[in-house]
Design a protein around this ligand. Sequence first.
Ligand code: APR
Length: 249
Amino acid sequence: LLVVILAIVLGVTLSKTRDDFNTIFMERCQKFKGYNCQKIWDAFQQAYVNRDRCDVPPEAYDPLIATAPFESLCNRIMFWSKTKEVVHDFTGKKGCFKTVEDTLLGSVLNGLKWCGKNGSSETFTTVCPTWEECEKSAVRSFWNRVSAAFGDAACGNVTVMLNGSIDTPFSPASIFGSIEVKKFKSPKVKNLNVVLVTQKNSVTNCTNESLQNLMMGLDKGIGYRCFEVPDSHLKECGSDPEKPCGVCW
Ligand code: APR
């Protein structure tokens, strides 16, 4: 009897986490008008179900990306690295810039964990690998793929928010450095604006070597500017409704 009860409890718990995942996915998706969320869910699932938890290539998400393409983001696209909180605090208040986490796919999957299993058509959420555990996990491949698509969507003046409190604000190994920046092509992308977010005791400014490397590695013809912006100023300016887009730096 105990075994039966345990099996039922386990079964209910497992299906509950799965249903919760689907519910969160649908609720977040439905906040975006004009999309078929069921179709997006189906395209999402086919990327990782019935696959080993460490064997999901980024290309598996191609159909998902095709189902929910990005709107035109000229001059409004915002990349970031090691500034997760400050950048989303800013884009959340000022509607003018969009990070990938402000788009449908990014916002639906932000903070979630999921994976599949060979021989099963289910979505799991509790037994999935961590970010470091494997390079081709369902989660890591999703962020790599969606970031490549986001980099492709860049055009006009592109902005990136980097962290001035660390020695190396631009890391070639980061998603921004290894995937997104490589998609910027002249003349579609005209200019890259680096917003280096500083704090009182910041160790870094725009002369930082890693930023020189970022500038040198840009596709020929893309302009480069760097702004040192105190995070207190960013917070203030972000909440000031009188300040239009882009006058915070
Ligand atoms: N463990 C868990 N998550 C990680 C890890 C890790 N070791 N490394 C990266 N991530 C994921 C997390 O979701 C984290 O919040 O990537 C996010 C950002 O990592 P950063 O190192 O701060 O920056 P970067 O790798 O450059 O990624 C940010 O990619 O998501 C896109 O458009 C977005 O420009 C942005 C860039």
